[in-house]
Design a protein around this ligand. Structure first.
Ligand SMILES: [Zn+2]
Length: 262
């Protein structure tokens, strides 16, 4: 199953992270075929089959899977050590009203869900801590990426200048048209707004990269994916598919240094 991985993270073998696409999986119809939306309002009982297959294929064996019931907010959950309840199948924990997850515990798999919104990963190689943030236009206007960085500073003592970040595939400026109600929230970022037929196209990935830079993460430590979920049909797109579609997952899990998966 072809998960997307990111070049700037290759130098961190202790971090397993990426994003699923709609390729692979067993879902049918509007969810064809690798739908990860296990918490979405529309039912697709094959989504959990897809997710379990994705987890089994990872080069790490998580004992805990943390998933978010997202609300376009800035609340985070930090996952620490607790005894595994099962060594056979990982234990799933659902975090309500949460858009940001973080952990410094090996074997905790963080998962957030996407259908055009921006997935952001921040990694602290000094403290071996990782976070994921779901940031659509609303989360971006609330500076959710900053809430992630501030959370990692508070929880792990992270130093922004030592952090690495990835802004993963999302609705791109090539396609993402918004009305004045949304574009007016981003007047502080004129270089990321492109006038278009009485509206604007907006570069949400670029704005999030700028928010990460304003937090102190060096620009050269931020990888921004050029891929757009609206015009690249390897992705589900909520906007393109009229709100009835599947979800991709962004994922991150730390490995023990001595962990060998055969
Ligand atoms: Zn596009």
């Amino acid at each position: 199953m072809p998960n997307l991985t990111f070049k700037s993270l290759e130098k961190f073998p202790e971090l397993i992270a990426g994003m699923t696409t709609r390729l692979g999986g067993v879902s049918e119809g509007i969810f064809e075929s690798n739908n990860m939306g296990i918490l979405a309002s529309e039912p697709d009982d094959k989504a959990i089959v897809n997710m379990r297959a994705m987890i089994r294929a990872l080069p790490v064996r998580p004992w805990k899977v943390a998933v978010t019931r997202q609300v376009h907010g800035t609340r985070y959950a930090a996952l620490g050590k607790e005894p595994p309840e099962s060594t056979f199948e990982p234990d799933f924990s659902v975090f309500p009203e949460t858009d940001i997850l973080m952990t410094n515990e090996p074997g905790v798999l963080l998962i957030t869900f996407y259908g055009d919104c921006v997935p952001i990963l921040v990694y602290d190689p000094q403290h071996k801590a990782v976070g994921l943030c779901h940031s659509g236009w609303k989360g971006t206007s609330l500076r959710a990426a900053e809430a992630l960085v501030k959370g990692m500073i508070k929880e792990y003592g992270s130093r922004p200048e030592a952090l690495n970040a990835v802004v993963m595939p999302a609705a791109g400026v090539c396609c993402y048209e918004v009305g004045f109600d949304v574009s007016s929230l981003f007047e502080a970022y004129p270089e990321h707004l492109v006038p278009f037929a009485n509206k604007h196209k907006i570069d949400l990935k670029g704005i999030n990269a700028e928010i990460l830079t304003s937090c102190g993460i060096p620009a050269e430590a931020i990888e921004v994916s050029p891929l757009c979920t609206l015009c690249d049909d390897r992705f589900f797109s909520n906007r393109r598919d009229g709100g009835h579609t599947g979800r991709m997952a962004a994922f991150a899990c730390l490995k023990e240094h001595n962990e060998v998966i055969v």
